[in-house]
Design a protein around this ligand. Structure first.
Ligand code: ZN
Length: 308
């Protein structure tokens, strides 16, 4: 899954430190992250490959996370105002406020440094790049969204003691927020309920899923989401595994649950109508459509292998 980066190790402890040339810089705006484009990494291109640390473009998506030395050349302001996010092994990951690099990037970065949707990171061949890029984007995005105090409107500052943002005027402290999500593998003897979402972008099968509401337990959320989306009652709710999912600032908890009573699906088509399809699939008919990084497909795979 996304977080499975062994033999690499993620170090999330907070620190205040300055970047070195070989560290990585995560610059983001909206749902995009700044990457080094493939042409800039090609061997023939003018020394750029060396500047980026001799790395080839990622075979999966053709992009790479920029090193601090490359950012220092095109966006010196970003390197100067860099703040620490986390480390993977010994390599530090940093970000910088947009005000320190936006003007620089307009001048020289075009064609070499490009903003791409954060979802591109899912296609990266190296798991460690997908994970670190996505977690870096999530943290950098959180800092960006808390530049001003939600209580009094004053500009905030970074705490030097812990991962927090402090309002110097009213003293309020903001900590990173993670939104819990439940994903449910609903089973009925030898069948699993596979769904498909209406929203564009992901056309493979999925499982029933949703955000936990304030005041709910995870199990409450499982029961509510299943009833809301497919009109089924469930029992024997069992925790399977979890996964950080930076793309929606979530922590996903995966559960299995058995149908309690009538297995006839009643798809919710009111208002938002999240699902376009929900079908019972025999274990032998389940096809692994997605070999990648999501908990959904890890649970579907476990069902198929009889290990859920
Ligand atoms: Zn305030």
């Amino acid at each position: 899954m996304l977080q499975d980066i062994l033999p690499h190790v993620y170090h999330s402890d907070y620190a205040v430190r300055k970047p070195g040339d070989d560290d990585i810089m995560i610059l983001q705006k909206d749902n995009q992250v700044l990457l080094v484009s493939a042409p800039a990494l090609a061997p023939s291109s003018d020394g750029m490959k060396e500047e980026q640390g001799g790395e080839a473009p990622d075979a999966g998506c053709g992009f790479q996370l920029p090193t601090v030395s490359l950012i220092r050349k095109y966006c010196p302001g970003a390197a100067e105002h860099a703040f620490y996010l986390f480390s993977i092994d010994e390599q530090g990951y940093y970000s910088a406020p947009a005000s320190s690099w936006e003007q620089d990037l307009k001048k020289d970065g075009c064609g070499i440094l490009v903003f791409k949707s954060v979802m591109v990171l899912r296609e990266m061949e190296k798991a460690v790049c997908s994970f670190s890029g996505a977690v870096g984007w999530q943290l950098a995005n959180w800092y960006d969204l808390h530049r001003f105090c939600g209580r009094c409107g004053r500009e905030t500052v970074h705490s030097e003691q812990e991962r927090a943002i402090i309002c110097p005027s009213c003293g309020h402290a903001y900590y990173p927020r993670i939104s819990p999500v439940v994903i449910i593998a609903i089973v009925n003897s030898d069948r699993i309920l596979l769904t498909r979402y209406n929203r564009s972008g992901y056309r493979r099968h999925a499982l029933v899923a949703g955000f936990v509401e304030i005041g709910e337990t995870l199990e409450d959320a499982v029961r509510r989401e299943v009833m809301e989306e497919v009109g089924l009652r469930v029992k024997n709710i069992r925790y399977i595994e979890s996964q950080p999912w930076p793309f929606s600032s979530s922590l996903i908890a995966g559960f299995s649950a058995e149908v309690d009573g009538d297995p006839t699906v009643h798809l919710n088509t009111d208002g938002g109508e999240e699902l376009s399809e929900a079908v019972w699939m025999e274990r032998s008919e389940v096809e692994i459509e997605d070999g990648s990084i999501s908990l959904t497909w890890d649970m579907i795979r476990k069902f198929k292998n009889g290990t859920l």
